[in-house]
Design a protein around this ligand. Structure first.
Ligand code: NAD
Ligand code: GDD
Length: 328
């Protein structure tokens, strides 16, 4: 039986990845500071472990893993990474995790390790035109990410590549572009725009207003979790070494995203644009490289994943409000 280790298995993508690897027949060990928040894990073994501690990384990694997936990070959406308030923790925590995991994986002669980098590594100056952002993999340098989160991801990409060059580890690196779906963080400050907007729409009554950070004309693309997992597994098992975008090319403005959520909900709401952390002005995945090297691209439009996500978040919002009304 093949064996996989998923670091960050208590988080959104890691939790889904464990389920997918189990479906494929793997024996899976998960590791995280916490269990998944919204469901139980499918992992065969789950280590509650702080991966900033090198001893914990050595304890969870043995040489018998066919695949290691490193998703653990101190991360969040714009409200967490663009305020500047969490920079020291983000840099320290995520860098420590990557340093420790790579050290343990190479000493235990592990074969293959996947690392989740981010579209946040791309230079700020290439993402100022909301209609024509540049995110080709080759445009990463000269580097100029707009957040410390992006700088840590760029440093760690280099770390993984150095372990490949000097110590022979097979590394695979994806630059994720805003992944969303059910079981993702939807409240609490770390949620990203799709979840935040679904939550606001679900909580509003027809005719109410919802708050949008910025003028809403900033653009992004969003990739549904199932598509992300398909890309991750294909990349990990491929021979392609360099960092590659895993994202959608369906770019929308945040106002359009809100309109889509309202249409799904069947509500007409007014958008109130307020100051907030906005990050880059425009971002879209450039999938030319991944199409060429892996023959992969997302299969469904944004609306399909957004409908499933909205239904899940609406259920969470209603469950939370009925608990609150029982307590009142
Ligand atoms: P997430 O926050 O849901 O999951 C990350 C997990 O890492 C959390 O469960 C957290 O508890 C765990 N973690 C943090 N510090 C830890 C520590 N010291 N020891 C052990 N575990 C620790 O995030 P996600 O959306 O599932 O993202 C997974 C990975 O993909 C992250 O590396 C993230 O930076 C990257 N990424 C995600 C997106 C996205 O849109 N979701 C985009 C770009 C990159
Ligand atoms: N989170 C959030 N909440 N964003 C909002 C809101 C809101 O209520 N209203 C408007 N926005 C805007 C933000 O200001 C930002 O301009 C845009 O929606 C997208 O915000 P996020 O989804 O939070 O983050 P991001 O796309 O800037 O960055 C995310 O994606 C990266 C990869 O593409 C983050 O999750 C990063 O951690 C990730 O690496």
């Amino acid at each position: 039986m093949k064996r996989a280790l998923v670091c960050g298995a208590g988080g959104f993508i890691g939790n889904h990845l464990v389920t997918e690897l189990k479906r494929e027949g793997f024996w899976v060990r998960g590791a995280d500071l916490k269990y998944p928040e919204y469901n139980t894990t499918d992992a065969d073994d789950f280590a509650i472990a702080d991966l900033r501690d090198p001893a914990n990384c050595r304890a969870i990694i043995d040489g018998r893993f066919d695949e290691i997936y490193q998703l653990a990070a101190d991360m969040g959406g714009a409200g967490y990474i663009f305020t500047g308030e969490n920079d020291a923790h983000v840099l320290h925590n995520s860098a420590m995790i990557n340093l420790n995991i790579l050290d343990a994986a190479s000493k235990r002669n592990c074969r293959r390790i996947f690392y989740s980098s981010s579209a946040c590594i791309y230079p700020d100056h290439n993402q100022r035109d909301p209609l024509a952002p540049i995110t080709a993999e080759s445009s990463a340098y000269p580097a100029n990410p707009d957040s410390e989160y992006g700088w840590e991801k760029l440093f760690s990409e280099r770390l993984y590549l150095a372990y490949h060059r000097n110590l022979g580890l097979e590394v695979r690196i994806a630059r994720f572009h805003n992944i969303f779906g059910p079981l993702g963080t939807w409240t609490g400050g770390r949620e990203k725009a799709p979840a935040a907007i679904c939550r606001k729409v679900a909580a509003a009554r027809d005719g109410d207003e919802i708050e949008i950070w910025g003028d809403g004309e900033q653009t992004r693309s969003f990739l549904y979790i199932d598509e992300c997992l398909a890309g991750v597994l294909k990349l990990t098992r491929s021979n392609y070494l360099g960092p590659v975008n895993i994202g959608s090319e369906e770019m929308v403005s945040i106002n359009q995203l809100a309109d889509m959520a309202m249409a799904i909900a069947g509500k007409t709401l007014h958008k109130r644009h307020i100051p907030g952390p906005t990050g880059v002005r425009g971002r879209n995945s450039d999938n030319q490289l991944i199409r060429r090297v892996l023959d992969w691209e997302p299969s469904a439009p944004l609306i399909v994943g957004l409908e499933k996500t909205y239904q899940w978040i609406e259920a969470q919002v209603h469950a939370t409000s009925s608990v609150n009304s029982m307590a009142a």
